[in-house]
Write a protein that binds this ligand. Structure first.
Ligand code: FE2
Length: 263
């Protein structure tokens, strides 16, 4: 049993020719695709963990679709707070929504594992929400998995990172944690959203965030404001065996210039 997959997050793609926060996010995603072709062509699949489009325009989803068409492995997708579910489904197809929840939730079985994608986006909100129907769906998918190891991937972090943006995580995580605890072998809960690399244990579970493809954030503390950096553009590479689950971080863009924007 060996599981190998790539996670990308926070792509923030714009329509062709448009920038996001000074960055050409389409070109950055092209570099990510090049990295997958060069290094992870034998992976089982790639997950896009939300904030696919910066402003949710249909033209941005068309741009995204054209770029990821070069990926040599299957692609599984869920959404983030920058996404527009209706625009996404119009471009990618209504089949991406789970019938039971109406959100872009999905289950994948590979390499002896079950991988669960949850759509934590909610129109008009920056923080993350998992609705009651999704928690019911999650419990059912976990029950089906029996003792198979499980990795959960969603856009928003549920755990506090003790930074200012903790106020835009999943603010009511108890139902999510309770659902996860119905399964005996949750290996990882992987998120994006914070544009920051982190690992944590919380309530007996392992949580990871990857910095993703857009700008990255420095760690803010009282009197230490967050800074936006042009790099890294980062993806995660996940390796699963029967008794180990490893998350490696691949900085496919290694820039370090600070970005200044007028606010
Ligand atoms: Fe983002």
């Amino acid at each position: 049993m060996t599981l190998k997959f790539v996670v990308m997050s926070d792509l923030h793609v714009m329509p062709p020719g448009e920038l996001s926060m000074t960055l050409d996010t389409g070109a950055r995603l092209e570099q990510a695709v090049d990295a997958v072709i060069a290094r992870y062509g034998d992976a089982d699949f790639c997950v896009l963990a939300g904030d696919l489009a910066d402003l949710g325009q249909p033209a941005a989803y068309e741009h995204l679709k054209a770029i990821i068409a070069r990926l040599p492995i299957p692609v599984h997708i869920t959404l983030g707070n920058h996404d527009d579910r209706a625009a996404f489904l119009a471009v990618f197809g209504a089949d991406f929504a789970a019938p039971e929840t109406g959100k872009v939730d999905k289950v994948i079985n590979a390499g002896g594992y079950r991988i669960v994608l949850l759509d934590s986006s909610e129109p008009g909100r920056v923080d993350g929400v998992l609705e009651a129907s999704q928690l019911d769906w999650l419990r059912a998918r976990l029950a089906e998995a029996h003792d198979r190891p499980v990795i959960v991937i969603l856009h928003h972090n549920a755990n506090a990172l003790h930074i200012e943006s903790d106020d835009i995580r999943i603010l009511q995580p108890d139902g999510f944690i309770d659902a996860l605890r119905t399964h005996p072998d949750i290996r990882q809960v992987i998120a994006g959203h914070v544009h920051l690399t982190s690992t944590a244990t919380w309530r007996g579970l392992a949580f990871t965030t990857l910095a993703g493809g857009h700008y990255s954030c420095t760690v803010d503390q009282p009197n230490v404001p967050m800074r936006r950096l042009a790099g890294p553009g980062q993806m995660a590479f996940v390796l699963g065996t029967k008794d180990s689950t490893t998350v490696l971080f691949d900085d496919f863009i290694d820039a370090n210039a600070e970005i200044f924007v007028e606010t």
